[in-house]
Ligand binder design. Structure first.
Ligand code: PCP
Length: 389
């Protein structure tokens, strides 16, 4: 079959075909020399991007699907949507190295990108407070992974996603407004607003883009006078060449709408919006459409490292050897990474520390309880202390 898009099929991923060639060569050498040994390897991030001091784990469900059917290994995992910190193992695999070594490339690829997206979404979530936060970034990456992007953004805390397929796979209605293209083709913002209102199902909020032709505050008033109580919001996607002080612009639009009795019309902003912009605007606007800042989030630099060979602690320089387990106290939030078999000493706190890893795969069978993205999202939001007011 001719490959139309340069993406791997599920079977190519599961069979290890995307692996780095040196893993295949290493497996050939170990088999040829009959030198394979049982090992223990851990996935953890030595550090996090920028000023991040925690991350939201995402992609682990796909890792379980990847390792399902791989014999002779045992895998313990941090559940999808969990908060993690640098140096905390999020996955521990034990068994002959040749049984899982070729999967290192896919394991890391599945975790690095999705966890970066989920963490960026969680940080935007905290910055936005109870304001609407929508993921608009499917267009910023290869379309083959649009569902992954939207799932990670939603697990991280976005209220909704714009990709139709992404939303469908999450059991959500897709969320969006209207593109400049439609307004340009119809020739006028009010005409476009009226046409949208006439054609689109009434349960879809009437959110009209007001930065196409003229100054946003005049267009916002025109549209409000045309649609009146049917207008849910105006969207400002003002380009950098015109943007200036977006907060001042938003204040003007808010003032002019309120002055004319359109206090019900909300204001929604998009275009180059990230954490910093959200913090600066959240007291002035009602919602944010975030694309690049979430979809193109920095990846989490996870590594998979051998920490035990043949039952003996052994790790390369720069890595701590021996099997480890991450712990956290649910009451005070204190965290530990301890050798297997040791438990935290935790005086003076009513909470009881608990291990964070769960059983994932045993001899080819996924034994982790099946969970949907909603459960992962609830876990993520609880882990960052976000509860919608
Ligand atoms: C973009 C489009 C995206 C927004 C901005 C995300 O505007 O609305 O959803 O952008 P970001 O990646 O900078 O966060 P346009 O490119 O003008 O697209 P359209 O005319 O379709 O709104």
């Amino acid at each position: 079959m001719k490959r139309r898009f340069f993406v791997a099929t599920e079977e190519e991923i599961r069979s290890g075909r995307v692996t780095d060639t040196y893993f295949e060569n290493a497996a050939r050498v170990l088999r040829a020399k009959d030198a394979d040994r049982p090992v223990v390897a851990e996935v953890r991030a030595k550090s996090l991007p920028g000023d991040w001091d925690w991350g939201i784990l995402c992609g682990m469900e796909e890792v379980l699907h990847l390792l399902e059917g791989v014999r002779d290994i045992e895998v313990d995992v941090l559940p999808e949507g969990s908060r993690f910190h640098p140096e905390e193992p999020v996955l521990v695999v034990s068994g002959p190295w040749t049984a899982f070594g070729v999967h290192e490339t896919a394991i890391l690829g599945l975790l690095c990108q999705a966890s970066g997206i989920a963490t960026a979404a969680a940080r935007c979530r905290l910055a936005a407070g109870d304001r609407l936060l929508l993921s608009f970034g499917a267009r910023r990456q290869h379309p083959a992974i649009a569902p992954m992007i939207e799932r990670a953004a939603w697990i991280g805390g976005a209220d909704g996603v714009s990709s139709v397929l992404g939303a469908e796979l999450l059991g959500l209605d897709p969320r969006g407004t209207m593109p400049h293209a439609m307004i340009l083709v119809l020739g006028d913002t009010v005409e476009a607003a009226r046409a949208f209102d006439e054609v689109i199902e009434p349960d879809v909020p009437r959110v009209v883009l007001v930065d196409t032709f003229r100054d946003e505050k005049f267009e916002a008033v025109r549209v409000a006078e045309a649609l009146r109580e049917k207008l849910a919001a105006v969207r400002l996607d003002t380009p950098a060449s015109r943007r200036g002080d977006l907060a001042a612009l938003v204040r003007e639009v808010r003032w002019e709408l309120d002055l004319r009795g359109f206090g019900h019309v909300k204001i929604f902003v998009s275009g180059g919006i990230g954490e910093e912009e959200i913090r600066g605007l959240r007291d002035l606007v009602d919602g944010f459409g975030v694309g690049s800042a979430i979809a193109r989030a920095p990846h989490v630099d996870f590594a998979l490292d051998v920490v035990e060979v043949d039952g003996r602690p052994l790790a390369k320089r720069g890595k701590l050897s021996g099997r480890k387990r991450p712990w956290a106290c649910p009451a005070c939030g204190k965290r530990w990474v301890l050798p297997v078999g040791r438990s935290p000493e935790h005086e003076g706190c009513p909470g009881t520390p608990r291990e964070l890893l769960a059983t994932g795969v045993r001899d080819g069978r996924v034994v982790a309880p099946p969970e949907d993205a909603r459960a992962a999202r609830e876990r993520a939001l609880a882990s960052i202390g976000f509860a919608r007011e």
